[in-house]
Design a protein around this ligand. Structure first.
Ligand code: ADP
Ligand code: MG
Length: 253
């Protein structure tokens, strides 16, 4: 019987879901009198949906986003300067990611910059974009190591596969010629091409402390801001507020 080799054929064609479901679905098809096209379409749909799921899981894992920092867990009521519908629009990625624009999030420590940045990243992955979340200092160290091994162009090229690179705590980079050089090279490489989402607790005026000289600080800021949206979260630390409200509750008891 020709159809006896169907499982082997499906395996050869790398169709694991069809392999798993063809028999069960064929029983259903016979019972319900499906035309052959419906049977084949159903199996193809299952295969595609399995692939999409796997791709999403892979991309979620590669994004290295901090756990639990999603839009669902972000309380917009404590950050009046953030517009929820604007953040939702950023989360879909369509306008800014497609055009390689940047998003810069400024605010004091504990204001929720990392949370909102990661939450946007999470939704971008769900929308099918490739994202990488990293502490800026960590990435800079990796790029520095690559530079020492004369492999900086390859390392930058590797990063270019990400539609959005989230550089958390940009302001924590130490003022060191080599460090800031690689950061500057990264900014130039992505300029007008691929998006950066940056969180930073220092305004541009203090960027002289990040980049070695004023000229480089100005050039970096210029490139980042040229096609960018800037969000300011000037609220008191969420951690501090949570601790104070806990203390108040304890006093009431
Ligand atoms: P930042 O990066 O600005 O220093 P974080 O994003 O790390 O601040 O926020 C500090 C902590 O407070 C985190 O645990 C974060 O999840 C929480 N947090 C901050 N803002 C909010 C918010 N608006 N709603 C819910 N949790 C928040
Ligand atoms: Mg942070």
């Amino acid at each position: 019987m020709k159809e006896a080799i169907l499982p082997t054929l499906l395996k050869e064609l790398c169709l694991p879901t069809m392999s798993r479901l063809w028999e069960e679905e064929s029983k259903k098809a016979i019972e319900e009198g499906w035309p052959p096209m419906r049977y084949l379409t159903t199996l193809c749909e299952y295969e595609l949906s399995y692939r999409d799921n796997r791709k999403l899981k892979r991309r979620m894992a590669e994004a290295k986003l901090p756990k639990g920092k999603t839009l669902e867990t972000f309380d917009f009521s404590v950050v009046p300067t953030l517009n929820k519908s604007q953040i939702n629009a950023f989360s879909s990625g369509e306008i800014w990611i497609e055009n390689g624009r940047n998003l810069l999030i400024f605010g004091p420590s504990g204001a929720g910059k990392t949370h909102i940045g990661a939450a946007i990243g999470d939704k971008l992955v769900e929308s099918g974009y490739r994202v990488l979340f990293t502490r800026t200092t960590e990435l800079v160290q990796k790029l520095q190591a690559a530079k020492r091994e004369l492999a900086l162009p390859a390392a930058l090229e590797k990063l270019s596969k990400y539609d959005c690179l989230i550089l958390d705590d940009f302001g924590y980079v130490r003022k060191d010629q080599e460090e800031t050089n690689v950061l500057f090279e990264l900014i130039c490489e992505r300029y007008e091409n691929k998006s950066l989402l940056i969180t930073c607790n220092q305004g541009f005026a203090e960027w002289d402390g990040i980049f070695m000289d004023k000229a480089m600080a100005v050039a970096a800021a210029d490139r980042l801001v040229h096609h960018a949206t800037i969000l300011e979260i000037n609220v008191e630390s969420y951690r501090k507020r949570a601790a104070l409200s806990q203390m108040a509750k304890n006093k009431e008891l």
